[in-house]
Design a protein. Structure first.
Length: 207
């Protein structure tokens, strides 16, 4: 396992706000997952993610300072129109896996989350004339429970996961959240809310 923030800081420096689209599960669900895996996430070399900062990144648009207010308004309006045609999605988090940069819960069915990535990418590319790279370039939705903050072997993490009961949680994604997000370079990613875009309510016809 590697230091996630050392890699991240090469293109996203600590303290800089970037605009991100997120799916944000209910805190009760992320608290349940965090508590179940607390023995694992608090090991040396890992920085546990506090339940209220747990998130599923959908898209990183660009540095907040590089997007004009008019562009941002158009991006939100574009995403709002696209989301009005999509019903809420039932998503499952976990069981977690030890990966290159931390402990993450895969999101399934991935295609449901991938549709949201596709529409947010389309909106940002259209409304900024393709000025920014697509991040992530290929989308594999997940929720991180802990970030790697040092180079370390992960054999013991795999062993723990193989010998302890797995936990998953399911939630219904009803909205996308736009946030201005930053990190401290040492283990904490945080944000402030910018906008919320609902998916189509059940029983409401698509536009």
């Amino acid at each position: 396992m590697e230091d996630f923030f050392a890699t991240l800081s090469r293109w996203w420096p600590p303290g800089r706000e970037d605009l991100h689209w997120h799916l944000l599960p209910e805190p009760a669900l992320t608290t349940d997952l965090s508590r179940h895996y607390e023995e694992l996430t608090h090991r040396p070399g890992l920085a546990p993610v506090a339940p209220h900062w747990c998130h599923i990144t959908v898209q990183d648009i660009a540095p907040a300072a590089d997007v004009t207010p008019d562009e941002l308004d158009r991006i939100v309006a574009h995403v709002r129109l696209a989301c009005a045609a999509l019903p809420p999605a039932g998503l499952t988090l976990g069981p977690p896996e030890a990966g290159r940069y931390g402990l993450g819960c895969p999101v399934t069915p991935a295609e449901e989350a991938r549709r949201l990535w596709q529409l947010t990418v389309a909106a940002s590319q259209a409304e900024t004339a393709g000025r920014f790279p697509t991040r992530p370039a290929a989308y594999h939705p997940h929720l991180s429970l802990a970030y790697g903050v040092a180079s370390m072997g992960d054999e013991s993490l795999h062993e723990w996961l193989a010998t302890h009961p797995a936990r998953t949680v399911t939630f219904t994604a009803t909205q996308l959240s736009l946030v201005a997000q930053s990190h401290d370079g040492a283990g904490v990613i945080s944000w402030r809310p910018v906008a919320t875009v609902p998916l189509r309510r059940p029983g409401t016809p698509a536009p």
